[in-house]
Design a protein around this ligand. Structure first.
Ligand SMILES: [Zn+2]
Ligand SMILES: [Zn+2]
Length: 188
């Protein structure tokens, strides 16, 4: 179990992600068009995506996340009206988290936003490569075109366990009535 720091590129937003270990979460690389579209939307996509368009993420519970400074820098966008809430920062346009709702114990944090000693061991090796049908070129570890059975089991058992434990709250990303702390951007 390792505490890592959560921060945007410029350091205006700072927080802590507590008790990170390979057993407590899922280290995944997602190639989906939604993740890629988001990276394009905030800009400097080459910083956030690997050369095949993948986003390196660690899935953990919102109750493991604390933000100490720069909450006011949080901005939100949804690629589709019912899409996941994707938070980034206004200061330097760094992706911070993908999350579903206040009720769902899901916070997908891009590894680019996590720092700290022992980070590699804390997140462990990548468990699954998903949504490979959107990958650009041929990634070295061939991803499943959508979600493999193993990846579904990993995500679903994580959600179930954390829902039972009530780890969807406290969350820095939704207020008590379930609204995102930053209003999702209007897209045109
Ligand atoms: Zn920043
Ligand atoms: Zn994705």
């Amino acid at each position: 179990m390792t505490d890592l720091s959560l921060q945007c590129d410029c350091g205006a937003l700072k927080g802590t992600v507590k008790n990170v270990s390979p057993k407590k979460g899922n280290h995944m690389v997602c190639y989906c068009d939604d993740c890629q579209g988001f990276a394009k939307y905030i800009g400097n996509e080459e910083k956030w995506l690997d050369e095949f368009g993948g986003t390196d993420l660690f899935q953990l519970a919102p109750s493991q996340v604390e933000i100490h400074q720069g909450t006011d820098q949080l901005r939100c966008m949804r690629m589709t009206p019912k899409g996941v809430y994707r938070f980034y920062t206004a200061c330097c346009h760094s992706p911070i988290v993908n999350t579903i709702s206040r009720k769902m114990p899901f916070a997908g944090i891009p590894l680019t936003a996590l720092q700290g000693e022992g980070k590699d061991a804390a997140v462990g090796p990548v468990k699954c490569y998903v949504m490979g049908k959107f990958a650009k070129g041929t990634p070295p570890t061939y991803p499943h075109p959508k979600f493999s059975f193993a990846s579904l089991v990993a995500v679903m058992s994580f959600m179930l366990k954390n829902k039972i434990q009530g780890n969807n709250v406290p969350t820095p990303f939704f207020n008590d009535n379930g609204q995102a702390v930053a209003k999702p951007d209007k897209r045109d």
